[in-house]
Design a protein around this ligand. Structure first.
Ligand code: SF4
Length: 260
């Protein structure tokens, strides 16, 4: 966990309708301890502002900015009326929000104090004490599970699955509303055997609701802008119809499943 007075934020997106109930503002925290090889937000991985070069325009944009608590709260509270009218609120995302957990936890505490509904997306990779404190402030949690197998998880993300599953178990026991998300990546965690293994794991953990996130190529150009290698360049995107088998396997196991 990085301890800073200000947080490095790379976007505050208004009027989102896909990251929790109602109309929401999504605050994107920069920095992530994982390095998923398919990451569609590579500009979110390092916890510091960085340049993205557009070689065609011969120009760059700086991604990320250090913002104080007051600055973030002032910005998100501008849409308070929309939250009230739509049953919405504020969602924290990343990168991995728990990489700047101290700031994020305090931000959510202050928003809850103002009666704002809070949601969060997370990879769940954090120390248990940090995670516990954080989810006390979260009304709704989107929790990514990227693989069911420890070795494959490490291979694909650079980190162990064990602490993630431990935090997920805790969240399911202690938390009112957890939605598990699986990014489905070709030749990594797709296919019938992987779908079955995920279903077994989710049943063991008592998970009843899963969203599948089909692999897409929205991040491809960003790797070029950051001058970083990207391994999935020629890999076709997945579509809803490609994942019907995954959904059917989950539903056979009584796991409610949607494809985003
Ligand atoms: S956890 Fe998310 S932000 Fe971090 S590397 Fe993986 S896909 Fe990218």
């Amino acid at each position: 966990m990085v301890m800073i007075e200000k947080a490095c934020i790379f976007n505050i997106q208004k009027f989102s309708i896909h990251d929790g109930p109602g109309i929401r503002t999504v605050v994107f925290f920069k920095g992530c301890p994982l390095k998923c090889f398919w990451c569609s937000n590579p500009e979110s991985q390092y916890v510091k502002p960085e340049k993205m070069w557009d070689n065609q325009k011969k120009d760059f944009t700086v991604v990320g900015d250090y913002k104080s608590m007051e600055e973030v709260i002032t910005e998100v509270m501008k849409d308070e009326l929309f939250y009230e009218e739509s049953g919405g609120g504020v969602t924290l995302s990343g990168g991995e929000v728990l990489y700047q957990a101290e700031f994020a936890t305090e931000l959510l505490r202050r928003l809850k104090e103002k009666g704002i509904h809070t949601a969060s997306e997370t990879s769940g990779f954090a120390k248990k004490e940090v995670f516990k404190k954080y989810i006390e402030q979260v009304d709704m949690l989107y929790f990514d599970v990227k693989h069911h197998d420890e070795m494959k998880h490490k291979e694909g993300t650079g980190v162990s699955l064990a602490p993630i599953l431990s935090n997920l178990s805790y969240a399911l026991k202690e938390h009112c509303h957890v939605i598990v998300r699986v990014p489905v990546i070709p030749n990594y965690n797709d296919g019938v055997e992987n779908a079955r293994a995920f279903a077994v794991l989710f049943n063991e953990l008592g998970i009843h609701e899963v969203e599948l996130l089909p692999f897409h190529q929205f991040g491809e150009q960003k790797y070029a802008f950051l001058n970083r290698a990207y391994d999935l360049q020629a890999i076709p995107q997945l579509h809803t119809e490609d994942l019907v088998y995954f959904k059917e396997i989950f539903e056979e196991q009584n796991i409610l499943c949607s494809i985003r």
